[in-house]
Design a protein around this ligand. Structure first.
Ligand SMILES: Nc1ncnc2c1ncn2[C@@H]1O[C@H](COP(=O)(O)OP(=O)(O)OP(=O)(O)O)[C@@H](O)[C@H]1O
Length: 334
C-alpha cells in the first residue's frame, strides 16, 4: 500500500504566552490533537470559529512552524526527520494562499514579476521563460495576459486573489493550503474564485486543505470536513454525511448559522450562547459543554473521544448514546 500524500497524526502545537509581570507564563494549546490524511485531487475543509486552531494547523502543514507533538508526513516521509535537501523539495510541494489578497501582494511589483518570483527563487529558468510561464498562468486563473505589467492596486479583490493563487501554483505544488481564501471577498465574487479553485484542482490534481470559519463556503468544494473546537476535532469525515446529518451539536450550530432560504431552517436556527472559552483554561470534559444545549453529566466530567458514528467520527457523549455506540446512561441530563 502506498503512503498518503499527506498524513497528520496527533498533531499538536502549544505556545508559551506571558500573562503579565506577576503571573506565570501560560501555555496555550492552540492545536491539541489533529489526525487526518489528504490525497491528490481531494479537499479537506477545516472549519471552526476564530481561535479554534485552524490557522495554527495551516501553519504546521505549510511547514512555517513545527509541531510540538505528533507527526506530519508527505509521501510517507516524516518532515521532522527529513534532511535539508528533502525538506526543500517537500516545501515546494506545499503552498499557501492567505485570506487577504491585499496584504499578500507587493504593491511595487508588477503582477507578472510576483507570479514569477517563486520560479526565480527555486529554479534556474531564464527570465524570459519565467515571464512566459507567469503570463500563461495568468490566463489559467482567468486574467488577461495583456495585464501582466500592471500593479496589484489596479485589480479588484477577486482578481488579486486570482493573482495570489497563480503565484501559489506556479511551482506546481501538490498540496495547496487555502486559509480563508474567499472570506475577504464580496459574496458576488466568492463563487467565481471557488469555481476557479475547483477547475485548477481538476486540471492539476491538487490536494486542498481549505480553512474556513464558514461551513456554507466549503459545502460544495469539500470532500471531507474537520470541525475544530478549541484546538480539537469534534467531528470529522465525509462531507456529505456531515452536511446532511451532523452529529456533534457544535457542527449543528455552525450549519444552522449558514444562510438559508428555507423558512423551516430559519425558524429552527440554533443561536450559540457565549464565547469560545479561553484556551488557557479549557472547560473540563467536553470543551463545548458550557455552550451545549444537549449537555449531560458525563460531558462535564469526561472528555469524549472521537468515535465512529454513522459513517464519520464525532466526539460527543450524547451522539454516541443515541447511536448506541456507548452506554445509555451517558445521556442522563445534567
Ligand atoms: N503565535 C502565537 N502565540 C500565542 N498564541 C497563539 C499564537 N498563535 C495562535 N495562538 C492562539 O492559539 C489559539 C488558536 O489560534 P488560531 O489562529 O490557530 O485559530 P483560528 O481558528 O485560525 O482563528 P482565526 O480565524 O482568528 O485565525 C488562539 O487562542 C490563539 O490566540
Amino acid at each position: 500500500m502506498t503512503a498518503p500524500l499527506l498524513e497528520a497524526r496527533n498533531l499538536a502545537r502549544t505556545y508559551s504566552v506571558s500573562r503579565g509581570p506577576f503571573r506565570p507564563a501560560g501555555v496555550v494549546h492552540a492545536l491539541a490533537d489533529a489526525s487526518f490524511t489528504l490525497e491528490p485531487g481531494r479537499t479537506l475543509a477545516v472549519v471552526g470559529e476564530s481561535g479554534s486552531g485552524k490557522s495554527t494547523l495551516a501553519r504546521l502543514v505549510t511547514m512555517i512552524e513545527r509541531p510540538s507533538a505528533g507527526s506530519l508526513t508527505i509521501d510517507g516521509i516524516d518532515i521532522a526527520r527529513a534532511d535539508r535537501a528533502t525538506l526543500k523539495t517537500l516545501r515546494r510541494d506545499v503552498q499557501i494562499v492567505f485570506q487577504n489578497p491585499y496584504g499578500s501582494l507587493n504593491p511595487r511589483q508588477t503582477i507578472a514579476q510576483q507570479i514569477a518570483e517563486p520560479l526565480e527563487i527555486n529554479t534556474d529558468m531564464s527570465a524570459a521563460d519565467r515571464r512566459a510561464e507567469a503570463v500563461a498562468m495568468l490566463a489559467k486563473v482567468g486574467l488577461r495576459p495583456e495585464h501582466a505589467d500592471r500593479f496589484p492596486h489596479m485589480f479588484s479583490g477577486g482578481q488579486r486573489q486570482r493573482i495570489a493563487i497563480a503565484r501559489a501554483v506556479i511551482l506546481k505544488p501538490r498540496i495547496l493550503v487555502l486559509d480563508e481564501p474567499v472570506s475577504a471577498l464580496d459574496v458576488s465574487v466568492r463563487a467565481q474564485v471557488l469555481n476557479l479553485l475547483a477547475d485548477l484542482q481538476d486540471e492539476l490534481g491538487l490536494a486542498y486543505l481549505f480553512v474556513s470559519h464558514d461551513l456554507s463556503v466549503v459545502r460544495h468544494i469539500a470532500d471531507e470536513v474537520l470541525v475544530m473546537y478549541l484546538g480539537r476535532a469534534v467531528e470529522q469525515g465525509d462531507s456529505e454525511a456531515i452536511f446532511s446529518a451532523p452529529k456533534h451539536p457544535y457542527t449543528e450550530a455552525l450549519l444552522s448559522a449558514t444562510p438559508s432560504a428555507d423558512p423551516e431552517r430559519v425558524r429552527n436556527r440554533i443561536v450559540l450562547k457565549g464565547e469560545l472559552p479561553s484556551p488557557f483554561a479549557p472547560p473540563s470534559g467536553c470543551a463545548f459543554n458550557p455552550r451545549c444545549w444537549k449537555r449531560v453529566e458525563r460531558c462535564v466530567a469526561e472528555r469524549p473521544p472521537l468515535a465512529e458514528i454513522a459513517g464519520r467520527k464525532a466526539a460527543c457523549w450524547v451522539a454516541m448514546a443515541e447511536a448506541g455506540t456507548n452506554s445509555r446512561e451517558a445521556a442522563v441530563p445534567a
